[in-house]
Design a binder for this molecule. Structure first.
Ligand code: GTP
Ligand code: MG
Length: 562
């Protein structure tokens, strides 16, 4: 049984601890910061985001579990977290320190799943508000010096994700880390990585080298001291606990007496405060680069979102052109409208006399109104067809965008997943319905051809002839009926354009061209709407242009207080 203690932490000046007002303002600033950090979600899968997300999670733990409670209750006991690899003997050591089994040790790895916190009964009130209590089993023992709470953590390098996460979180809550390792395990990489993190954050660390066989003690101890120096931990206390041989029960408290003595010294009013103050100072100093790093990660997200927006802006150009061509070539006229036209123009039907022979209409009274009524279903058919074509164009655009998002740009997959397909489909229905309605209610009246400046006789005669023709056609079809024929012609219904030419002449053809251009606009609009919807899905606070500024602002406030 060979136990030794090296230097204990130097008493620091208790600066912040001596300025309770500053501490209270800082606690408020930390509470604001933790809220903002929680609200920062780093949604886009871009290079480096995993590390940034992990760092964010640790930052939240550090703020919520250590800095805020510590600054709020400066007199709360120092939380000493006993950490290390599974089987290193953490629970065994805690039990030996307390002199009873407060946390079962065992041969099954890992043993400790739920952390155990042991404190002196008189410290209960001071600890009551500490958030760490929510995640631990609490034990009370008079063997624990007042001013100290011992926390037996799950293993750090656990195969179990939940254990690893819990251990990491507890370490962020710690005022002091009591790091337990063994002669067999002290070479493992992970604990050292974790320790490097502790040093970087200015946390106070003490080491326990457990289960050291007597013969290898000098070598192992020398080796470990060397490593501690390499990791900038030369000032950290090192305790060596000799191997107790086959152990079938608790470890004798005498084996850990130096650790216990050290903890008791630490618990003395000034020493505990100096450890607390030191870790607090370290945590506050580490906060700045840490939050800065997070702000950088937010900025990277914002930039990736900018790239996505730009990419979306120039996407689907060919699709948009193709959509225009499709409707100009007659996609809307095919099917329903064409069939309806065939019925209306069949022998004896309302348009029969207009499409056949000279196209000279039967001018009997009331014919115009009758034809308008008979043509109303054709307009409905055209609206339905236009809506169907627009919807298909939009859905095709969405598919194309999703394909592009999924296998291309950084953050694209997130956008594709976030962009709600069902909601988009519903939105599209109402958008295309509106666009189709707008198209069929576009002005369709054919106005007379103008004579132009200084018309000669022939020109005036030609214009007058056209005007008579237009008026006659309007009488024959009625206003709405004329509109229906013009829309049918613009949609590509075969035969309708010839009818327009015969009935209305060049002015009618001009109107058909206008209506066709509007239809092409509608088709292009259906494509543009998909692009706009994808872009709108990027409008989340985390990806807003100034998303990083909130964190930077918080940092400035904290800087002013420390
Ligand atoms: N032989 C011997 N066994 C020891 C010694 N210290 C601890 N052990 C045993 O090592 C095993 C693991 O000890 P635990 O205290 O459960 O280890 P732990 O670090 O708490 O492990 P986890 O809870 O899984 O993270 C137990 O069976 C202990 O009895 C020692 O000095 N000598
Ligand atoms: Mg354990």
């Amino acid at each position: 049984m060979n136990t030794q203690a090296a230097s204990a932490p130097e008493p620091g000046n208790g600066d912040i601890l001596d300025r309770p007002r500053t501490a209270a303002s800082l606690a408020d600033a930390m509470a604001d910061l933790v809220r903002d950090v929680r609200a920062t979600v780093l949604p886009l899968e871009i290079p480096g985001v995993r590390a940034a997300r992990e760092s964010r999670t640790r930052l939240i733990d550090q703020l919520a579990d250590h800095l805020v409670p510590r600054l709020r209750t400066l007199s709360a006991p120092a939380v000493v977290v006993v950490a290390g690899s599974t089987g290193a003997g953490k629970s065994t050591i805690v039990n030996a320190l307390v002199g009873e089994e407060v946390s079962p040790a065992g041969v099954l790895r890992p043993t400790t799943r739920r952390p155990v916190l042991v404190h002196h009964p008189l410290d209960a009130e001071l600890l009551a508000e500490h958030p760490v209590l929510a995640a631990v089993d609490v034990q009370v023992s008079e063997q624990v010096p007042r001013g100290i709470a011992l926390l037996d953590a799950p293993d750090l390098d656990s195969v179990e994700e939940a254990n690893r996460r819990a251990a990491g979180r507890l370490l962020e809550a710690a005022d002091l880390w009591l790091f337990v390792t063994t002669a067999a395990r002290y070479g493992d990489a992970l604990p050292w990585r974790v320790l490097d993190g502790a040093v970087a954050r200015g946390a106070s660390v003490a080491m326990v080298l457990n289960r050291v066989p007597g013969e290898s003690l000098p070598t192992v101890r020398g080796d470990l001291m060397q490593r501690l120096r390499e990791h900038g931990m030369q000032g950290s206390p090192l305790f060596v606990v000799a191997d107790a041989g086959p152990l079938d029960g608790p470890l004798d408290p005498s084996a850990v007496a130096p650790v216990h003595r050290w903890l008791t010294t630490l618990a003395g009013p000034d020493r505990a405060r100096s450890v607390i103050a030191r870790t607090l100072r370290g945590s506050l100093a580490a906060l700045r680069p840490w939050v800065d790093e997070l702000a950088e990660a937010v900025q990277a997200q914002v930039e990736a979102a900018e790239d996505l927006r730009a990419g979306l802006g120039s996407s689907l150009e060919a699709t948009e052109r193709a959509a225009r061509e499709t409707v100009v070539r007659g996609a809307v006229g095919h099917g329903g409208p064409q069939a309806r036209w065939a019925e209306l123009t069949s022998p004896g039907a309302v348009l029969d006399d207009l499409v056949r022979g000279s196209g000279r209409p039967d001018r009997s009274k009331g014919r115009g109104r009758e034809r308008s009524t008979a043509l109303a279903p054709l307009v409905e058919e055209l609206a339905r067809s236009a809506r169907g074509v627009f919807t298909a164009i939009g859905a095709g655009g969405e598919r194309e965008l999703r394909d592009w998002l999924r296998d291309g740009p950084a953050g694209g997959r997130w956008l594709s997943d976030t962009w709600d397909g069902a909601a988009r489909a519903a939105e599209r229905e109402s958008e295309t319905d509106r666009a189709a309605r707008e198209w069929v209610s576009a002005p369709t009246g054919v106005t007379e051809v103008e004579t132009g400046p200084n018309p000669d006789r022939a020109r005036r005669r030609a214009v007058a002839r056209d005007a008579r023709r237009i008026a006659a056609a309007h009488r024959a079809l009625g206003e709405d009926g004329a509109g229906a024929v013009l829309l049918a012609a613009a949609s590509g219904v075969e035969g309708a354009e010839d009818t327009v030419r015969t009935l209305f002449g060049p002015a009618g053809e001009q109107r058909v061209a206008d209506l066709r251009a509007r239809l092409a606009e509608g088709a292009a609009g259906a494509v543009a709407a998909e692009r706009a919807a994808a872009r709108a899905a990027l409008d989340v606070p985390d990806l807003a242009e100034d998303a990083a500024s909130t964190l930077r602002l918080r940092l400035a406030v904290i800087k002013g207080l420390t």
